[in-house]
Design a binder for this molecule. Structure first.
Ligand code: PRX
Length: 538
C-alpha cells in the first residue's frame, strides 16, 4: 500500500483515544484487513465518556409531537443501565445481540451498551418481516433479540414484538426475546467500565441484501471502522453540525444510521435529532417543521426523500424558517441534477453546500464525496484510491480502515482490489459519476433489494412455477418492484396477485411490496437456464 495513504490514516487514527496504542498500522490483505494491530479501543467510551455531560446528545421527536431530550451524561447513564442489563442476561464479549427496534433513544442506547461490553450488535430494520428475522437469528447464532411492542407510522401503531415472536416460533434455536417498554423511567445507573477491545474486534454485523441468494452479514471492525467514520464526518458535516442540531434521516437499520446517526456524530459531540414516524405525517410540512423547531444546521438525507418532497410542492416548505441550515447532504442513489438544484434552491436557499456522499454498507464510511465548493460533484476523499476498471466498474485499489473485515459465516475469495459493483466514470478533473449497479439489484426508496430474495418468497406460493423481480423507474422511489410470474399448469389466477403481494409484505416487509404482478407464460433465460432479468426490465 502507498506510504502516504498509511501515514494519512495513522494521523486520522491518532485523533481517537486508544487505551493502548497499536503496534502496527496495517497488516493483512484487502479481503482480510487488520488495521491498527494491538490497539485497544471502545466505541461507547469515545461516543459518551469523552463528551461534555451537560451537552444535548439526542433529541427524539415522534409524529405525535412527543419529544425526549438526553444530554451526553444522561445517555451515558442509560447506556450503563442497558449494559448492566445485558450482562445480567448473560451477554458476553463477542456475543451477537439482535435489535429489532424503531428509532427511539433506547435503540441508540442499546447499540452503545453492546459496544460498551464488547458484544456485537446486529440491528434489523424494524420494517423487515419475520422470515428475515428468523434467518438472521439462525445465521448469527444470536441468543438474544431485543424489541418493543410497536413503532409509529402515519398515526398507527405497527406491531414489532409479535413479528419477533412469529420468527422465533419458526426456529428450533433457543433464543431469548426481551421486549422493552418505551420511555420507561430509567434509574440513574452506576458506571459500567468500558471493555477496551482489540482494534479488529467486531463492533457490529449488519445485513445487506446482496445479489447472491442470501443477504450478507457484513462485519465491521471497531478501530478501523471508527477511524474512518470519525475522519469522514469531520471532513464533511462536523463543523456545521456544531452550529445547531444534526439530522440524518436514515434508520438505524441501515449502515447510514450506524455510521452517521450514531457513531460519527456522537464521537464528535454533536446534538443528534432522531425522528420516529413518516416524513409527511401529520402533513407534508413535517420535515421542515422539525428543522425549524430544532434549529437543524446539518441535514443528511436520500434522493428518494428529496424527490418525494419535491413532488408535494413548495407551499409546505415556505411556511417554515429554514435559515438554521448550513449544509445539506445526500446518500444512497444518484442525486441527479434537477433534484440537486431543487434541493439547493428550495431547501438550502442557494446558501448551503450540497455534499453528495458515495459509499456502501461494505465500505463503512464515505469514500467519494463532494467538498463545500463542488456543487454536489464528488471526488475520492483523501485516503481513498478509486479507479474505473476496464469494464467500467468502480474499484478501490488500496485497503481503507472502514472496509468490512469479513462476511458472517463465509470465507471470501482473496482479492487485492475491491470491486464495488457500481458502474461509474471519472472526468478529466477527477470528478466521479456513478451510473448505477452493474448487477440487477433493485433500488427502491433508498434500499437495496435483491430480486432473488423476493423471488424465493413468491416461489413459496404453490400456484407459482417461476418468478422474476425487476426494478422499474419510479419518480419517487427511484425504482418500483415489478414481478413476472409463471403459474403452475392448471392453477387458478383468481386472487393470486393479491396473495403474492401480501406474502411479500409479510415475509420480506413493506419495502418488498410489488407495484405490479404480471402473469406470463415463460421467462427469458440463458442457455444454462438462468433468468435474464435485464431482458425483462427492457
Ligand atoms: O449503488 C450505490 C448506491 O448505493 C449502493 C450502496 O448501498 P448500501 O450498501 O445500501 O448503502 C447505502 C448507504 C451508503 C452503492 O453501491 N449509492 C450510495 N451512495 C450513492 C449511491 N449511488 C449514487 N450516488 C451516491 N451518493
Amino acid at each position: 500500500m502507498n506510504k502516504k495513504t498509511i501515514k494519512f490514516w495513522e494521523k486520522e487514527a491518532e485523533k481517537l483515544e486508544w487505551k493502548k496504542k497499536w503496534t502496527r498500522s496495517f497488516s493483512g490483505t484487502m479481503t482480510k484487513p487488520h488495521w491498527f494491530l494491538g490497539g485497544k479501543i471502545n466505541a461507547s467510551y469515545l461516543c459518551l465518556d469523552k463528551n461534555d455531560p451537560e451537552k444535548l446528545a439526542l433529541i427524539y421527536e415522534n409524529e405525535l409531537g412527543k419529544t425526549i431530550e438526553l444530554t451526553y451524561g444522561e445517555l451515558l447513564s442509560q447506556v450503563n443501565y442497558w449494559a448492566a442489563k445485558l450482562t445480567k442476561l448473560n451477554v458476553k464479549k463477542g456475543d451477537v445481540v439482535i435489535l429489532y427496534l424503531p428509532l427511539i433513544p433506547e435503540a441508540v442506547a442499546i447499540m452503545l451498551a453492546c459496544a460498551r461490553i464488547g458484544a456485537i450488535h446486529a440491528v434489523i430494520f424494524a420494517g423487515l418481516g419475520y422470515e428475515s428475522i428468523a434467518e438472521r437469528i439462525q445465521e448469527t447464532g444470536a441468543k438474544l433479540v431485543i424489541t418493543t411492542e410497536y413503532t409509529l407510522r402515519r398515526g398507527k401503531q405497527i406491531p414489532l414484538e409479535s413479528v419477533v415472536e412469529k420468527a422465533v416460533k419458526t426456529l428450533n434455536n433457543k433464543v431469548k426475546v426481551v421486549s422493552i417498554k418505551r420511555n420507561e423511567k430509567i434509574p440513574k445507573a452506576k458506571n459500567i467500565p468500558p471493555v477496551f477491545v482489540e482494534s479488529n474486534h467486531p463492533l457490529f454485523v449488519l445485513y445487506t441484501s446482496g445479489t447472491t441468494k442470501k443477504p450478507k452479514g457484513v462485519v465491521h471492525s471497531t478501530g478501523g471502522y471508527l477511524t474512518q467514520v470519525y475522519s469522514t464526518f469531520e471532513r464533511t458535516f462536523a463543523e456545521a453540525a456544531k452550529l445547531g442540531t444534526y439530522w440524518c434521516t436514515a434508520d438505524i437499520g441501515w449502515i447510514t444510521g450506524h455510521s452517521y446517526l450514531v457513531y460519527g456524530p456522537l464521537m464528535h459531540g454533536s446534538t443528534v435529532l432522531i425522528y420516529e414516524g413518516a416524513p409527511d405525517y401529520p402533513d407534508a410540512g413535517q420535515l421542515w417543521r422539525l428543522i425549524e423547531k430544532h434549529k437543524v444546521s446539518a441535514f443528511y438525507t436520500a434522493p428518494t426523500l428529496i424527490r418525494m418532497v419535491k413532488s408535494l410542492g413548495e407551499k409546505f416548505i415556505k411556511k417554515y424558517d429554514l435559515s438554521s441550515l448550513k449544509i445539506l447532504g445526500s446518500v444512497g442513489e444518484v442525486l441527479n441534477e434537477p433534484t440537486r438544484k431543487w434541493y439547493s434552491r428550495v431547501i438550502g436557499h442557494n446558501k448551503c453546500p450540497i455534499i453528495d456522499t458515495w459509499w456502501q454498507t461494505e465500505t463503512g464510511g464515505f469514500m467519494i464525496a463532494s467538498d463545500k465548493k463542488s456543487n454536489g460533484r464528488k471526488k475520492p476523499m483523501e485516503g481513498i484510491s478509486a479507479k474505473i476498471s476496464k469494464d467500467g466498474e468502480l474499484v478501490i485499489v488500496d485497503p481503507w480502515p472502514g472496509k468490512f473485515i469479513r462476511i458472517w459465516g463465509t470465507t471470501l475469495k482473496a482479492g487485492s482490489i475491491y470491486q464495488t459493483g457500481d458502474a461509474a466514470k471519472i472526468d478529466k478533473n477527477g470528478f466521479v459519476y456513478i451510473l448505477g449497479r452493474t448487477d440487477d439489484t433493485i433500488s427502491s426508496a433508498g434500499h437495496r433489494i435483491s430480486p432473488i430474495e423476493l423471488e424465493s418468497i413468491v416461489l413459496e406460493n404453490d400456484r407459482v412455477m417461476e418468478a422474476a423481480a425487476v426494478g422499474q423507474k419510479d419518480e419517487i422511489k427511484g425504482e418500483k418492484i415489478v414481478l413476472f410470474v409463471v403459474m403452475k399448469k392448471g392453477a387458478k389466477k383468481e386472487g393470486l396477485a393479491e396473495e403474492i403481494s401480501l406474502g411479500l409484505r409479510q415475509k420480506f416487509g413493506a419495502i418488498g411490496t410489488p407495484a405490479a404482478v404480471n402473469f406470463v407464460t415463460e421467462l427469458p433465460k440463458t442457455r444454462s437456464g438462468k433468468i435474464i432479468r435485464r431482458a425483462l426490465k427492457k
